[in-house]
Design a protein around this ligand. Structure first.
Ligand SMILES: *Cc1c(COP(=O)(O)O)cnc(C)c1O
Length: 404
């Protein structure tokens, strides 16, 4: 929203130095079934009159809303998916966090939620939440603490509103361990890859819709499309059955072009139906730097004659590539799975086997290596979380801790 002033006063922005911290009470017990959740949460309220309120970090707890809150009635909510990684040295890292903050702003703007803040202030607050959960963060490749920032409308979203914008909102951040563990067993390096069901019955996204935003509403409506035995749906669109994404991952097709180049094809962002993934963007950057000679791929084994192509690719084209042998592999990518090989697609009652490609594991190892601080890609993609340990402090159950 563009209103930066209300009642003649500037709207307050997110201010990390006004953080209010509440340590876990000495009597803190983890509720059954919540053992894998981070113990703390960050909350920052917002309202239209004064802007962002005081950020708070305290024990993770339930939220309460009016039954007519916009989030409950009309799914006025958007989120991000990020991860926190631990290096072999024990420090913890975030991967390109500003990319996620910018995307959250885009999603929020699409919903009429507050979408202005200083990413550096938000990052400082994130870093404190992560620092508190530091002991929980696992330190092996591919494992991490999953972070779920969520922004939602808490004011009444019912009836005819004066305009499109929320009156009150809440930004909160919670964490959870081991998300996806066991869900994607086929992301293990020597597996044959996951099975996808190319879905014609349910459409995930369409031009002018919300597919390119991370809105809660995009996910709840397509859950039922997943068939038993398949890891996820391969989303199609258009008469030609163009592929867009799979589940909540971007996809790449590896194909040998007529001129002998190995082409990495992924759907372009231009028609607005694909979620602009941070992992997708990072892979494209690494591949393009390698192809142009700007910087060699951090792990050996990627040929020089490669190119990235952003365009629509249809199921019939994929099948033709399988038949003539030009299709050399397919993978999905996203924060959750990192990089995962696709082994099989079911389409129009036929099963197609996709060849495996060693480059897929190289891409995965490169991304996890950068995330865990083992590979320096030279672009400062990995943000090192500064130490912060206010828990040991004596004092009242609630205390004000300045973020200095
Ligand atoms: C989150 C998401 C992705 C992956 O984005 P990353 O930033 O790489 O995690 C891809 N597709 C959809 C539909 C998503 O929701």
């Amino acid at each position: 929203m563009s209103a930066t002033k209300a009642n003649g006063h500037p709207l307050a922005t997110i201010n990390a130095s006004s953080l209010y911290f509440t340590p876990l009470p000495p009597t803190h017990v983890v509720s059954p079934g919540k053992e894998s959740h981070g113990r703390y949460m960050l909350t920052i309220p917002w309202n239209r009159v004064s802007g962002w309120g005081q950020p708070k970090i305290g024990p993770r707890q339930d939220l309460t809303f009016d039954p007519l809150a916009g989030v409950l009635q009309y799914a006025v909510t958007c989120f991000e998916g990020m991860k926190c990684y631990k290096t072999d040295q024990g420090d913890i890292r975030l991967f390109r966090p500003n990319k996620n903050f910018d995307r959250l702003k885009r999603s929020a703007a699409r919903l009429g939620l507050p979408c202005e803040w200083d990413n550096d202030e938000l990052l400082q607050l994130f870093a404190k939440l992560m620092a508190l959960e530091q002991p929980l963060v696992p330190n092996t490749d591919g494992s991490n603490l999953y972070i779920r920032p969520t922004l939602l409308e808490t004011s009444e979203g019912f009836g005819i509103k004066e305009d499109a914008y929320a009156g009150e909102a809440l930004l909160y951040v919670v964490t959870t361990l081991n998300l996806g563990k066991g869900l994607y067993p086929s992301s293990e390096p020597d597996s044959k890859g996951i099975k996808l069901d190319a879905c014609k019955e349910f459409i995930r996204a369409w031009p002018g819709g919300t597919g390119s935003y991370k809105l809660g509403a995009n996910y709840g409506t397509v859950n039922i499309s997943k068939k038993p035995g398949y890891a996820m749906s391969l989303w199609l669109h258009g008469q030609e059955d163009f592929i867009s994404e799979a589940g909540a991952m971007n996809v790449f097709i590896i194909k040998e072009a007529a001129d002998g180049y190995l082409e990495f094809t992924t759907m372009s962002l231009s028609n607005g139906i694909v979620l602009p993934g941070v992992t997708r963007e990072s892979i494209i950057e690494l591949l393009e730097d390698h192809a142009s000679g700007k910087k060699d791929f951090p792990i050996d084994g990627v040929p020089k004659k490669i190119r990235v192509v952003e365009r629509d690719i249809s199921m019939p084209e994929i099948i033709a590539g399988l038949e003539d042998g030009s299709l050399k592999g397919m993978f999905g990518c996203g924060t959750g799975v990192v990089v995962v090989q696709v082994g099989e697609i079911q389409y129009q009652s036929k099963t197609y086997t996709i060849p495996s490609n060693p480059i897929i594991k190289i891409l995965r190892d490169t991304i996890t290596g950068i995330q865990r601080g083992k590979i320096d890609e030279g672009k400062s993609w990995s943000f090192k979380v500064p130490e912060w340990n206010p828990e040991g402090k004596e004092g009242d159950a609630e205390e004000h801790v300045t973020a200095a």
